[in-house]
Design a protein around this ligand. Structure first.
Ligand code: PMV
Length: 342
C-alpha cells in the first residue's frame, strides 16, 4: 500500500532550545506553519524488512541511518513496523542547496504516512487522535517537526498560559488569533547554503550546563504569556519586539555556551541593520527572526507586502547568496495526497 502526504516547514517565534530525555523540550515554543516550504513524501509499505529512500528520484543510502534511528524510537509505539519494508520517496519544494532545514517538513510528512498506514491496518492509536499521534512521531524524529502537523500557529511544550499544551506533542494554538496574523508573510533571505558547523543536537545539549539556562527557560514561559496577548490584540509593535528578542536570545545562547559558537554571518547582520533602518524610515511593521542558522526570516503583515517586496528586491537581495530568497506565508498545514479507491 502506498501512502503520500505533503507537510510544511515552520518558523518558531518563541524558540525551543534545550531538551531532555527523548526530545522533551525544556521550554514551550510557538511557531507559524509555512506554506510553500514543504516536503512531499510517499511511502510504499510491503511485508518484509529494511528501508529504501530516495530524494528527488535519486537513491540516498546516506539517509538510512537517520531513518533507522527514528524507526527504532517509534517502534515502541508502533511495533507493527518490524514486519514491514518501507520504500520512501521524498522531495522538497525548496532546493537542497538553500540552507533551509528539511527536518521539520520531512519528519512530519513521514510520520503522517506512518500513522495513516497504522490506521489502515487497524492498529489502535490508544487515547490520542490521528494528529496528536503524528505529532508525537514527528517530535521523535526532530523536535520542531512536532509543530508542522497543524496549520496556522502551533504550540509545543507545556505552558500554564495555554490550555492543553503538552511536552509529548504539539497542538494547534488554542487561543484567539487576531486576523492580521492569519496570513502573515515570511520572506526567507538565503544567506548561507552550507551545512551548519554545529548541529542543533549539540546546541540543545549545551543548554544542560549553560550558565543562563534557568533564566532562559523562565523567559520563554513569560514570552508565551506576552505572545498570547499580542496574538489576540494584533499589536504588531510588541510582536516586533518579542520576535526579534527571541531570535537574538537564541543566538546569544549559542555565543555564550561552552564551547561557544556563532551561526550568523556578516550578511545576516547587514540584513538585520537594513531591516531596522527601513522600519524606522517607512514605519512599516516588519521584523526578523532567525532559526539555528544564518538565514533571515523577514516577517510582516500581508498589508505591507507590496512595499516590503520592493525593499527585498531593491535592498536586501544583494546580501543573499545567489540573490536567493523564498517568499512564503502562514499556511494551512499538511495535506493528504493519497486517494484510496479500495
Ligand atoms: O528541531 P531541532 O532539534 O532541529 O531544533 C530546532 C531549534 C530551532 O529551530 C532553533 C528553534 C525552533 O523552535 O524551531
Amino acid at each position: 500500500m502506498k501512502i503520500s502526504w505533503e507537510s510544511p516547514s515552520n518558523i518558531a517565534l518563541i524558540k525551543y532550545w534545550g531538551k531532555r530525555d527523548i526530545q522533551i523540550p525544556l521550554n514551550p515554543s510557538i511557531s507559524f506553519t509555512l506554506s510553500k516550504c514543504k516536503t512531499t513524501t510517499e511511502v510504499h509499505f510491503t511485508k518484509g524488512t529494511g528501508i529504501d529512500i530516495s530524494l528527488d528520484g535519486k537513491d540516498k543510502p546516506e539517509f538510512i541511518p537517520k531513518i533507522e534511528n527514528y524507526l527504532q524510537r517509534i517502534k515502541e509505539r508502533h511495533p507493527w513496523l518490524v514486519s514491514y519494508r518501507l520504500q520512501i520517496k521524498t522531495s522538497n519544494s525548496f532546493p537542497h542547496s538553500s540552507g533551509i532545514a528539511s527536518s521539520a517538513s520531512g519528519m512530519s510528512a513521514l510520520s503522517l504516512c506512518i500513522v495513516e498506514f497504522a490506521n489502515k491496518i487497524g492498529f489502535k492509536l490508544g487515547a490520542l487522535d490521528f494528529y496528536q499521534e503524528a505529532s508525537i512521531l514527528s517530535r521523535l524524529g526532530s523536535g520542531s517537526a512536532s509543530r508542522s502537523i497543524y496549520g496556522g500557529i502551533a504550540v509545543w511544550g507545556e505552558s500554564s498560559y495555554l490550555k492543553n499544551s503538552r511536552n509529548e506533542y504539539a497542538i494547534k494554538y488554542p487561543e484567539i488569533i487576531h486576523p492580521i496574523f492569519k496570513n502573515y508573510c515570511d520572506v526567507i533571505l538565503i544567506v548561507d547554503t552550507k551545512e551548519k558547523q554545529v548541529s542543533s543536537t549539540l546546541g540543545h545539549s549545551l543548554m544542560d550546563s549553560h550558565p543562563f539556562n534557568e533564566q532562559r527557560f523562565s523567559q520563554a514561559h513569560k514570552h508565551v504569556k506576552d505572545i498570547k496577548r499580542i496574538l489576540q490584540t494584533g499589536n504588531v509593535d510588541d510582536f516586533i519586539q518579542l520576535t526579534e528578542l527571541e531570535a537574538l536570545t537564541l543566538h546569544g545562547l549559542m555565543m555564550s555556551s561552552s564551547p561557544n559558537f556563532i551561526l550568523i554571518k556578516p550578511n545576516t547582520l547587514k540584513i538585520i541593520e537594513k531591516i531596522r533602518e527601513f522600519r524606522n524610515n517607512s514605519k512599516l511593521p516588519i521584523s526578523f527572526t532567525l532559526d539555528a542558522g544564518a538565514n533571515v526570516h523577514l516577517l510582516f503583515p500581508n498589508s505591507a507586502k507590496n512595499k516590503t517586496m520592493e525593499f527585498v528586491k531593491n535592498t536586501l537581495i544583494q546580501f543573499c547568496r545567489g540573490e536567493n530568497f523564498i517568499s512564503d506565508h502562514v499556511g494551512l498545514g499538511p495535506k493528504r495526497l493519497t486517494n484510496f479507491e479500495e
